[in-house]
Design a protein. Structure first.
Length: 757
């Protein structure tokens, strides 16, 4: 191939041909767009047209010398690109040809057709042109304020109200505090202040200072993450876990006794569920609450040293604890119930029979006073039994509206699912803050460049840097919408509804969100280089605070198995160990899924319109979830035929179950994004959401491309096309990066950091 300087027409096409080859993706549909223009360009002689067709032949890739000549031809012409033009590349291409042929008119309309239909954006080609200055100057394609309203939804006024408190009160200014007593004192003061401002009791009934709005907690929790992880978690412990346990597990008498004061922050409490030797296995905690008929009391006791409650947030300051214990009445164990146990008197002194040890300095969340609690024959009135699902009458007889112990246990835990959703939202809040810091930094920090005598390039101009941040940004949006959708459905569920599907979705999304948060913050830390490692720039502290979210409200691997059992049974049976047979019976009866065998046309389809289509994305996500479920059912049935016990069978397929639950969560995220897209009226914001959705979908599919290849769902050619399209898509989104994080609405005070100064 020769350097095409023989005609002005060929020169005008050169920038497009060079960029298409440099981009590395020549699909049939894209080639046809260029061919169509070439066929209809009356300025081309037939020989020129033939030569240009050859230059676009996928089988005749230009050699390094030719490619270098093309690049030098473009970069040595001393022209700049006017990014204010509607079609900057077409304008540049015409001027490029006129540099040698001043009277050249050119096929401007045809070039604009190529630029528009190939979706060529300045972010894709800026770095190919010497005098563009390396500046990201394009305006975003949407209004960040409108996007924020879409993200905040109907809670816009509440979010602005909580942010006003954060801004106006110096108590919520972020600062690096290493002194343990000082940070704990500050955190306690923040939690009390939030109660005084009316944010604590929002989910409680109006009689106790609230509005019955459970969704509000999720938004408050997420925004408090910006002030500090300890602030959010201590708020969640006091008003969500402790307050929520009394509101949801107790009855009217308990509400009257405690909700008003605890909602105002005047009565601090804690949530004592986890035990040292039993971890996430709440059903088998060893703490006992034994009924004494004569005294009409319950005796709460820790049987052995390692049966203590551990990692209990608020243990260092709480006056009351909601203690989960085995309820024993007349020698019969009725399973785990919640009992309110006083820990301290009004002066803050420990009561008789209570022993508390501080957990000490942690990797993060040091404003939360975690500790161990032991109970030595602590006697409390039977009144303190939270009795919505299990009570003891005056004659000392136990009663419950739910007869089956396992169902009662999971029903009780189901009322606390809101906390699990809040943890997921908190993790997303951490992801948002980390991305806002890293993306702002990437648009201001310069590093290296083509010529040491010229200005260095911005970090965001490097494709590697774009790929580190934008797919994670898209997934953060997807998780935001999925958790919003889930919280709304959970908050509005009828008390009599079967909420097992919501419980499973909460478990799955919490796990995926917390893992995503940890992964994102690590990438953001690295993307900010040495400055990202400095504590004063927030990311290290944020990373340490969110690390524990992977085991908060249940270890991710444990609760993903809960979610997987729900998917397996389509939520028709309990998730408990003794209901394995129910799952098995359901599988044998129902799982005969007919999975499509895809033909070569589908598996090899690399047309851009197909790869971008939401229909393809939905089908790919659905196929993965269905295929994994069906293959797991087949594996289990084979084991049952060999007389493998249900428990052993589930042990053998644990890793398979984790994959199902993750696939289920990923699909819920995609569907939630699609719902938001359908509801959005503003065209620019709708188009931006479509781009985010496509990036999330394609990135997720490519993350699992090995699995899809094994299944024959996509071919190697299609997998490669997806990878290349992701890179191109990310480049096109570069002008929108700052606006996408601005739409998160993070208070500016939390972004005023040294690395951004």
């Amino acid at each position: 191939m020769n350097h095409p300087t023989s005609s002005a027409s060929k020169l005008s096409y050169l920038p497009f041909i060079y960029i298409v080859w440099a981009d590395g993706l020549l699909t049939d549909s894209e080639l046809e767009i260029v061919r169509y223009t070439l066929r209809n360009d009356s300025t081309l002689r037939e020989q020129e047209r033939t030569e240009l067709f050859k230059m676009l032949d996928p089988q005749r890739k230009p050699d390094s010398k030719t490619f270098k000549n093309w690049k030098e031809s473009i970069q040595n012409n001393k022209l700049t690109i006017d990014f204010e033009k509607e079609y900057p590349l077409s304008d540049y291409a015409i001027r490029h040809a006129r540099k040698q042929f001043p009277d050249f008119k050119g096929n401007e309309e045809g070039l604009q057709h190529i630029e528009h239909n190939l979706g060529l954006q300045p972010g894709q080609y800026r770095h190919f042109f010497q005098d563009s200055g390396g500046e990201v100057v394009e305006k975003p394609s949407f209004d960040s304020h409108k996007m924020r309203r879409i993200l905040d939804g109907s809670y816009d006024s509440l979010i602005r109200r909580i942010q006003k408190v954060l801004k106006e009160n110096e108590l919520y200014q972020w600062e690096l505090v290493k002194d343990l007593p000082a940070i704990r004192l500050k955190t306690n003061r923040q939690v009390v202040n939030l109660g005084e401002k009316g944010f604590g009791p929002l989910a409680f009934p109006g009689k106790y200072g609230g509005t019955g709005d459970l969704q509000a907690y999720g938004h408050i929790f997420e925004n408090l993450i910006y002030a500090g992880g300890s602030t959010a978690v201590k708020f969640g412990v006091q008003y969500g876990l402790f307050g929520g346990s009394i509101a949801n597990l107790g009855s009217q008498k308990h509400h009257d006794a405690w909700l008003r004061d605890l909602g105002r922050g005047q009565l601090l409490g804690c949530f004592a569920m986890t035990e040292e030797d039993h971890g996430s296995n709440v059903r088998n905690v060893k703490t006992t609450a034994t009924y004494k008929r004569e005294q009409k009391s319950l005796v709460v006791h820790t049987p052995a040293p390692k049966d203590c409650k551990i990692y209990i947030g608020g243990a260092g300051s709480a006056r009351l604890a909601t203690v989960f214990a085995q309820l024993i009445v007349k020698g019969t164990n009725h399973g785990v119930h919640a009992v309110v146990v006083p820990l301290r008197d009004e002066a803050g002194e420990l009561l008789p029979g209570i022993r508390i040890e501080d957990n000490g300095y942690k990797a993060g969340l040091n404003g939360v006073d975690n500790g161990r609690i032991w109970f030595d024959q602590v006697e409390v009135p039977v009144f303190n039994l939270l009795d919505r699902f299990g009570s003891i009458d005056k004659e000392g007889k136990y009663h419950s509206p739910i007869k089956k112990d396992s169902k009662r246990f999971f029903t009780m835990l189901g009322t606390l699912v809101g906390g699990r959703i809040c943890v997921g939202k908190g993790a997303v809040g951490g992801s948002k803050l980390g991305l806002a810091i890293a993306i702002r930094y990437a648009y201001s920090r310069r590093q290296f460049g083509k010529d040491i005598h010229r200005q260095e390039n911005l970090l965001i101009e490097y494709p590697t840097h774009q790929m580190r941040l934008f797919p994670r940004l898209a997934k953060t949006y997807a998780l935001h919408f999925a958790l919003e959708n889930l919280m709304e459905r959970y908050a509005n569920a009828d008390p009599d509804d079967d909420v097992r599907e919501l419980e499973a979705e909460a478990a799955a999304l919490k796990s995926v969100a917390s893992w995503h948060g940890n992964d994102t913050l690590q990438e953001c830390r690295e993307a900010c280089g040495g400055k990202g490692y400095m504590s004063r720039n927030r990311i290290p502290e944020l990373k340490a605070d969110l690390d524990i979210f992977a085991t908060f409200e249940g270890d991710n691997y444990v609760i993903l198995q809960l979610a997987a059992k729900g998917v397996l049974s389509s939520f028709q049976t309990d998730f408990s160990a003794d209901s394995f047979f129910g799952v098995i019976k359901f599988l044998r009866r129902k799982w005969a899924d007919t999975l499509v065998t895809y033909n070569p046309i589908y598996t090899n389809n690399v047309d851009v319109s197909h790869l971008y289509s939401r229909e393809f994305h939905r089908e790919a996500f659905s196929y993965r979830r269905r295929r994994l479920t069906f293959s797991l059912a087949q594996r289990m049935n084979r084991m049952f035929k060999k007389r493998v016990t249900p428990y052993e069978a589930f042990l053998k397929v644990q890793t398979h179950m984790i994959q199902i639950a993750q696939a289920y969560a990923e699909e819920r995220c995609l569907l939630a994004m699609h719902q938001v897209i359908e509801k959005t009226k503003e065209e620019d914001e709708k188009f931006m959401l479509k781009k985010l959705s496509a990036l999330y979908a394609l990135s997720t599919i490519y993350d699992h491309h090995g699995w899809y290849l094994e299944q024959g769902y996509i071919s190697g050619t299609k997998s490669k096309a997806i990878r290349q399209l992701i890179h191109r898509h990310v480049q096109q989104m570069v002008p929108d990066g700052p606006a996408l994080v601005e739409a998160f609405g993070i208070p500016e005070q939390y972004l005023e950091l040294p690395l951004l100064g």
